[in-house]
Design a protein around this ligand. Structure first.
Ligand code: NBP
Length: 494
């Protein structure tokens, strides 16, 4: 009888193919299947030639090819495709077999699928995988969560293919029950949206306020990437800005339409933050920034209609002014990037408390240090802080971040003020700064909001001079007065 395969993989698009090759290179025997079988044939003929990768013509054939307990990794489009496959796989599997969804599924779908498989005595793992095509082949960051009994079975395979951080530690760890893995991957992507937006704004400032060309900005970003701001996204941005068009020698970035796409995970992060009441405005602003970019025709029209300043690109600053602007932009990116990371971790902290997942934030920071798109030098410090203080509400409270936040202040504020005065949109940098100022404000004008709510809806308010939980109502006018509702009533505005 043929040797059994160690793992099955379904879905041979960019991620699936590269993960299968990565596993085979680590010595695992992989059975592969794809809905369109011609892709399996092409893969085995070409990239998988002479590797320990075998073809499964059908799901039932794959099940026969696998050693028990069977481990099957789904790498298909998130959504209905995963449920379709589960419908067909579940009747073929036996007790303690394991299905791993490695796609970008929504965490609530993973929680639902965990229950569904548990009812059949099967184990389900929702594993976020980050690193794109290259990471899948050379070492991604892997974020598994779900039925923990599956972990000893899949750990050897996952640990062997995952990235290594600079200190050699594996960028894969068991992260919690139910939908925890996919929630963490979703937040990873939310932070990714914010980081990309912040870098794009820094580029815009250097270009349109600093009069610098893409090649000069590429050199600046490469230089920034040597220090505290070092990150994968900054490094690839430096590469992108240095890329010339084939033929005419113009910069490729200038030919790319300014309309950003999205596949939903940033939006889901913003929605999760809204649902849990976590202030994560910089992540949400990054999603909205893509939405406004997509309204290209409206922007072109309003450009000529709506009054306001435009950056003066005809009169670039002198060298000294340019150097000062570059330093300020560095400070702005530095401060805002820390805020975006802090917002993401605060969202994880609140979700963890809400859903009881038992997420270890230090582990999350640690496995994000290699292989994934948001890998950055800051994550070392974040991992150390959470290792010492796992219950911290917000990582910026730790003294490790006071000096960097103090150092960023002045340049960050100057950058945002200058951009706003010049009519240059900086929603990420500005919202991060406002979040920072609100988070360190002893008093906010929310007292007035409570008064307004009480005025029009008898929603009642608490007082500074009375214990929390004691509610008051004022008869603001004589018209339309009614008794205030119980404070636990619906918060819907009336
Ligand atoms: P895609 O997300 O483009 O999905 C294509 C794969 O899904 C193909 O194998 C396709 O089979 C299969 N598929 C579809 Br579509 N509907 C199916 C169905 N009803 N039943 C069975 N198979 C079905 O692939 P990808 O870009 O490799 O991503 C795979 C997963 O990993 C996704 O969830 C994605 O969000 C996630 N992810 C992607 C990246 C990335 O950089 N691309 C990074 C991290 C995570 P076919 O060949 O027969 O059409």
């Amino acid at each position: 009888m043929d040797e059994k395969a160690d793992i099955g993989l379904i879905g041979l698009a960019v991620m699936g193919e590269n993960l299968a090759l990565n596993m085979a290179d680590k010595g695992w025997r992989v059975a592969v299947h794809n809905r369109s079988l011609d892709k399996v044939d092409a893969f085995l003929r070409d990239r998988a030639h002479n590797k320990p990768i075998i073809k499964a013509r059908s799901l039932s054939e794959m099940v026969l090819q696998l050693a028990k307990p069977r481990k099957i990794l789904l790498m298909v489009k998130a959504g209905a495709a995963v449920d379709d496959l589960l419908d067909r796989l579940i009747p073929l599997l036996g007790p303690e077999d394991i299905v791993i969804d490695g796609g970008n599924s929504h965490f609530s779908d993973s929680a639902r699928r965990s229950l569904r498989l548990a009812e059949k005595g099967l184990l389900f793992v929702g594993a976020g995988i980050s690193g794109g095509e290259e990471g899948a082949l050379l070492g991604p960051s892997i974020m598994p969560g779900g039925h923990e009994e599956a972990w000893p079975e899949i750990e050897p395979v996952f640990s062997s293919i995952a990235a290594r951080a600079a200190d050699g530690s594996v960028c894969c760890a068991w992260l919690g029950s139910s939908g925890a893995g996919h929630f963490i991957k979703m937040v990873h992507n939310g932070i990714e949206y914010a980081d990309m937006q912040l870098i794009a704004e820094a580029f815009d400032i250097l270009r349109r306020l600093g009069g610098l060309d893409p090649e000069a900005i590429s050199r600046i970003f490469s230089h920034w990437n040597q220090g505290d701001l070092s990150s994968y996204l900054l490094q690839i941005t430096a590469d992108i800005l240095a890329k010339k068009e084939e033929g005419d020698g113009g910069m490729l970035v200038d030919s790319i339409l300014d309309v950003a796409g999205e596949k939903g995970t940033g939006r889901w992060t913003a929605i999760a933050a809204l649902d849990l009441g976590v202030p994560a405005g910089t992540i949400a602003e990054a999603v909205f920034a893509r939405a406004i970019s997509a309204r290209k025709a409206q922007r072109v029209k309003s450009h000529t209609l709506l009054p306001g300043p435009q950056p003066d690109t005809t009169n670039p600053p002198d060298k000294a002014q340019q150097d000062a602007l570059v330093q300020d932009a560095f400070d702005a990116l530095h401060g805002a990037k820390l805020v975006a990371l802090a917002q993401g971790f605060a969202l994880l902290q609140d979700a963890n408390r809400q859903y009881g997942w038992d997420i270890d934030q230090a582990k999350v920071a640690s496995i994000w240090r290699g292989g994934c798109i948001i890998r950055t030098a800051f994550l070392d410090r974040i991992a150390s802080v959470f290792a010492e203080r796992p219950e911290l509400d917000n990582v910026l409270i730790d003294p490790a971040f006071h000096a960097p936040m103090a150092a960023s202040q002045t340049g960050w504020r100057r950058t945002v003020a200058k951009a706003m005065q010049s009519g240059l949109p900086v929603p990420g940098l500005a919202s991060a700064l406002s979040w920072y100022d609100a988070y360190r404000s002893r008093c906010l004008p929310a007292n007035l909001i409570q008064a307004q709510r009480d005025y029009f809806g008898a929603h009642r308010y608490e007082r500074n001079d009375r214990p929390r939980g004691e509610f008051f109502h004022t008869r603001w006018t004589e018209i339309g007065h009614r008794d205030p509702p119980n404070p636990s009533d619906s918060e819907e505005d009336r």
